[in-house]
Write a protein that binds this ligand. Structure first.
Ligand code: MG
Length: 160
């Protein structure tokens, strides 16, 4: 059996009057990301972690933000595509650990829903998915509520 680890990070600026989607779950209609797709930081970090684990580059190479086909795209598509590319190469996801950093809105109440959605996208059990929520302690762009960020780590395996 071969195993690999992958790391992903993403940050988006927040602005009023936009929908905020985190891990495929809509968590606010008041403050949302400025981005080309739906701006889902957690799914972007996860996509990078998946691609990174398999040595397949990064999200910007696969889904350029200059490509109009990804404008307002549902970021679940990026994860699904990455999972498919890994599957084509014999890789299966073992688990995901992640952290969402946001001062507002609070992500905690949506944690279970996000976890279920991520498990579904990765075709793994919910107990193989972890979502941690942290604030920015009122320091820096995240702490001032100007940005949201996410980190993701995945383990993938090939063979038995
Ligand atoms: Mg992004």
């Amino acid at each position: 059996m071969e195993i690999r680890v992958g790391l992903g990070h993403d940050t988006h600026r927040l602005a009023p009057g936009r929908a905020l989607v985190v891990g495929g779950v809509r968590v606010s209609d008041e403050f949302g990301p400025v981005g080309h797709s739906d701006g889902d930081v957690l799914l972007h970090a996860l996509t990078d972690a998946l691609l990174g684990a398999a040595g397949l580059g990064d999200i910007g190479q696969w889904f350029p933000d200059t490509d109009p086909q990804w404008s307002q795209a549902d970021s679940s598509l990026f994860v699904a595509e990455a999972v498919r590319e890994l599957g084509d190469r014999g890789w299966r996801v073992v688990n995901l650990d992640s952290t969402v950093l946001a001062e507002r809105p609070k992500i905690g109440p949506y944690r279970d829903e996000i976890r279920s959605r991520l498990a579904e996208l990765l075709s793994i059990a919910p107990d193989a998915v972890n979502v941690k929520a942290k604030t920015g302690e009122q320091v820096g762009p995240i702490g001032r509520g100007e940005a949201i960020a996410a980190d993701a780590v995945v383990l993938i395996r090939k063979g038995s």
